[in-house]
Write a protein that binds this ligand. Structure first.
Ligand code: ZN
Length: 297
């Protein structure tokens, strides 16, 4: 029997990426529809019109949405606390229901979905407890345990954990809610503002910015390891493409833990423990596909 055909919506804060397929490879390689995230009515119409055309050609059996957050799991949409004012309270479930009737719908955060994709088909394959964190303009992440994205009261917010503000760093941090949380100190946006960059070429790899960055990321990964006992920690996002940064984080985490968690993954084998993602920019869409497929089960 053919695999079900799934519509995958990666609903990012700046753009929407939409794809259809029966396998993660198809989602990754097939033609995608990409449209900017503007006001919700127009954006959802463009996304759902494209998906509807695909559906009319060859019916979809389910849809998955991997959404920017914070999200509201009850209404399956955007939470009222989002800084994107027009998107407050907007429900994907309502919009998809209006366009597709009662088609099965999977819904989660974009970073949770990316974590799920990496756990199924990427750098966290065959591992039970997987953490994925993306360090880009902002910082977000997902925790997957036994094949499911963990939610509780809300969803984990890796970007807003507390890290030790270094004494040599007088930058107050960029987070509008917390100032010097992890995202406030270590996101791409905070690096730019601390060092007064307005775009243009990236800071060189030997710039002190990256030494500071590695300190904050070491604190973050130590927190993750000690709280979740993850089998693997995947660090992605644009900031992690800085040469040498991943290596500095690995050695910093190993040094900080100091053998206390005495397993090879955290000592001699840390290069296979703190790793880069394997699905790259496709993780969100592939994650949305996974959510759609799970909604059928
Ligand atoms: Zn914060």
């Amino acid at each position: 029997m053919a695999e079900p055909r799934i519509g995958a919506i990666e609903a990012g804060g700046t753009k929407m990426v939409v794809a259809v397929g029966r396998t993660p490879e198809e989602i990754r390689d097939a033609e995608r529809f990409i449209t900017p995230t503007t006001d919700p009515t127009d954006t959802m119409r463009r996304v759902l019109d494209w998906l509807r055309e695909q559906h009319d050609d060859d019916p979809l059996q389910a849809i998955g949405v991997a959404s920017f957050g914070p999200v509201d799991f009850v209404r399956r949409g955007i939470a009222h606390s989002t800084p994107k004012l027009l998107w407050r309270g907007v429900s994907w479930a309502d919009a998809i229901g209006a366009a597709f009737g009662d088609i099965p719908l999977g819904f989660d955060t974009d970073t949770g979905a990316a974590a799920l994709a990496e756990q199924r088909w990427g750098a966290g394959r065959d591992q039970d407890v997987v953490v994925y964190v993306t360090i880009g303009t902002g910082i977000g992440g997902g925790l997957v345990v036994d094949g499911r994205i963990v939610h509780g009261l809300l969803h984990p917010e890796f970007g807003h954990m507390v890290v030790r503000h270094r004494p040599e760093d007088d930058f107050p941090g960029t987070c509008p809610s917390h100032g010097d949380c992890l995202e406030g100190l270590a996101s791409g946006e905070s690096v730019k503002r601390r060092w007064h960059r307005t775009g243009g070429p990236q800071l060189p790899p030997d710039h002190p910015a990256w030494d500071l960055e590695s300190h904050y990321l070491v604190d973050a990964v130590v927190n993750i390891v000690t709280i979740t006992a993850a089998h693997v920690v995947i660090l992605g996002g644009g900031v992690m493409s800085v040469p040498g940064l991943l290596e500095r984080v690995r050695s910093g985490v190993r040094d900080h833990l100091n053998g206390y968690l005495d397993v090879p993954a955290l000592t001699t084998d840390i290069d296979h423990y703190i790793v880069s993602p394997q699905l790259g920019s496709a993780a969100g869409a592939v994650g949305a596909f996974a959510l759609g497929r799970d909604a059928l089960a």
